[in-house]
Design a protein around this ligand. Structure first.
Ligand SMILES: *[C@@H]1O[C@H](CO)[C@@H](O)[C@H](O)[C@H]1NC(C)=O
Ligand SMILES: *[C@@H]1O[C@H](CO)[C@@H](O)[C@H](O)[C@H]1NC(C)=O
Ligand SMILES: *[C@@H]1O[C@H](CO)[C@@H](O)[C@H](O)[C@H]1NC(C)=O
Ligand SMILES: CC(=O)N[C@H]1CO[C@H](CO)[C@@H](O)[C@@H]1O
Length: 538
């Protein structure tokens, strides 16, 4: 009897630690079990992340959910601000987050996590969506989905931030699509995947429409808005919050402020809190996330941390007074009949908007990359590893014969179909292009050289099951369309013992190849074409 009691007490304790998941219905969030509407009272919680998630792409990040001492210490302050959500910008999926996530659950605090990290993120200057990025994104999903207080993920943060890089949004939307299909294929609970946008007047409407248009399985589940237009003693109309609210009044998914809190006037007064949680906005907005917890050089902190000790500042006190009054009731989930059910209309590609809605960049398919690597007979020499070397070689081979050897890795939808292998690792893409050149020279031995950067290998005679179909779909030039992919890609490629040759896709390409490497590619490519360097390296 005693034992049973103890056991059930223990069970109760465990059950209590799991908070009720947040679910989405129409343009609102709800607590799943009791159907009370959920309004975010959030705080951005990560040191060393600039406004809009900006970080030095070469810098390391420190995972705020892995530091258990700081996490437990800070929760006490977050509670004083009635915080029910924190936003984290980069977590390390290999670390253990149980202690902090459980402590957050005990405090009723949910987490919205960005899926990228500074070195592995979609680069607005030379965007792509590929297997290393997919591996990073899904590793974060795998880690965070374990906790019922994970509210959602951002597949990107302010990636397109002005007219000349709107093209990058196509790759972010491909990331949304593949992250959503991964969550579904793994049978995880429904966790939304969204995007956090900047507030650029030229592109903000097209951005919101682009991510919400078309097929629902490609579209964002919620929209985060980083907005700093209410400064000092502003107002609903002066800040433009009225116009933003009108713009989203027909949006069919939840919208919230993913960052807010202009600091032009300090201490910040946070009078926008009254508007955000008041009757003019709560039908459209689901609250917001104040940027940010830690005081740093950019002067946005609510507290200063020094020697492990937390000191709240005037901003903190002002916010706590305002947030105490933020008590919207909203609607009950059962009574709520969404009226905004139509997807947004896709923006057309013109001088203001560069991303085509259809097709989106290819679904990531690691297996297809590995099959391709098996099948080729000219590949990148092992001596080639640096971003600069890879970038130079892209410049060379893609600069030849009007870029025809790079059609299979093309990432510019304007100049042709997306190449089927543009989602492989940079080195795999390079191998494909070198091999395409080699084939076009009738496999002359000296055509697989590139000053020692390319090397002959044996094409695998028997390739892994399913390779035949994939290679056929992609076609010789790599300009076909692969079916399937993403969801199965990680597991498929890794567990496929039959995929044998030395050319199989490298599992753990270092992350620096992703953003830094590709930035290099763009630069070198332009340089090579412009200067005719294409010819020189031969
Ligand atoms: C619904 O559940 C949440 C969290 O479990 C709680 O904060 C909220 O007060 C509940 N709503 C009602 C009406 O009891
Ligand atoms: C966009 O313009 C900025 C200057 O405003 C420039 O630094 C950047 O390289 C441009 N990006 C692209 C993709 O052209
Ligand atoms: C795509 O190619 C076209 C034609 O060469 C070019 O004008 C455009 O700038 C390219 N887009 C990007 C984002 O590179
Ligand atoms: C609106 C509000 O509470 N303002 C306060 C913000 O903090 C400063 C400094 O503590 C006070 O002087 C303001 O009254």
């Amino acid at each position: 009897m005693k034992f049973t009691l103890a056991a059930s007490a223990l069970f109760a304790a465990t059950a209590l630690a799991q908070v009720d998941p947040i679910v989405i219905k129409g343009n609102k969030f709800f607590y799943k079990t009791n159907g009370t509407q959920f309004f975010m009272r959030g705080v951005a919680y990560q040191q060393g992340v600039g406004q809009g998630g900006s970080t030095d792409s070469s810098s390391d990040y420190s995972d705020p959910l892995a530091d258990t001492t700081a996490c437990k210490r800070d929760i006490e302050y977050l509670k004083k601000l009635r915080t029910n959500t924190i936003r984290v910008y980069a977590i390390d999926p290999t670390k253990d987050h149980k202690v902090c996530m459980t402590a957050l659950q005990d405090a009723g605090i949910y987490v919205v996590a960005d899926l990228s990290e500074p070195k592995t993120s979609i680069n607005r200057e030379d965007p792509e969506w590929n297997t290393p990025l997919f591996e990073r994104y899904t590793a974060v999903i795998d880690e965070m989905q374990q906790y019922t207080n994970t509210l959602g993920f951002f597949a990107g943060n302010e990636v397109s931030n002005q007219k000349n890089n709107t093209f990058a949004s196509a790759f972010v939307k491909a990331a949304v699509r593949d992250s959503k299909s991964y969550i579904q294929s793994k049978g995880y609970r429904e966790i939304g995947v969204g995007y956090a946008t900047n507030d650029d007047a030229d592109i903000r409407e097209d951005l919101a429409n682009f991510f919400d248009c078309g097929d629902r399985s490609d579209a964002i589940d919620f929209w985060g808005y980083n907005i700093y237009s209410w400064c000092g003693k502003s107002s609903f109309t002066k800040s433009g919050f009225d116009v933003r609210t009108e713009e989203f009044s027909k949006y069919d998914v939840p919208v919230f402020f993913a960052e807010y809190g202009c600091n032009e006037v300090r201490p910040r007064l946070f009078t926008e809190v009254g508007a955000l949680y008041g009757s003019q906005m709560t039908d459209v907005w689901s609250g917001g996330i104040v940027y940010m917890y830690h005081e740093e050089d950019n002067k946005f902190g609510l507290v200063s941390v020094s020697g492990g000790k937390v000191t709240p500042n005037d901003d903190f006190d002002n916010l706590s007074k305002e947030i105490a009054k933020a008590t919207p009731t909203g609607v009950k989930m059962a009574d709520y009949k969404p009226t905004n059910t139509a997807a947004a209309k896709c923006p057309s590609v013109d001088s203001n908007w560069g991303a085509a809605s259809d097709p989106l960049p290819p679904v990531v398919n690691a297996q297809a990359c590995s099959c391709m690597m098996d099948s080729i007979s000219c590949t990148v020499d092992d001596s080639i590893s640096s971003d600069k070397q890879i970038g130079n070689l892209f410049g060379t081979v893609c600069g030849m014969d009007e870029g025809k050897y790079c059609a299979g890795i093309n990432r510019n939808h304007t100049v042709g179909p997306y190449g089927a292998y543009g989602m492989c690792t940079p080195k795999e893409q390079l191998a494909f292009a070198l091999n395409a050149y080699y084939k076009a020279q009738n496999k002359a031995a000296d055509a697989c050289n590139f000053k020692g950067a390319a090397t002959l290998k044996k094409a695998a005679t028997t390739t892994a099951a399913g390779c035949g179909a994939l290679l056929k779909q992609a076609g010789d030039a790599g300009t076909g369309t692969l079916s399937g992919g993403a969801a199965a890609a990680t597991g498929g490629a890794k567990n496929d013992g039959s995929s044998s040759s030395e050319g199989a896709a490298p599992g753990g390409l270092t992350v620096s190849h992703v953003s830094v490497g590709y930035f290099g590619v763009a630069v070198y490519l332009v340089g090579a074409v412009a200067s005719g360097a294409a010819m020189i390296l031969l």
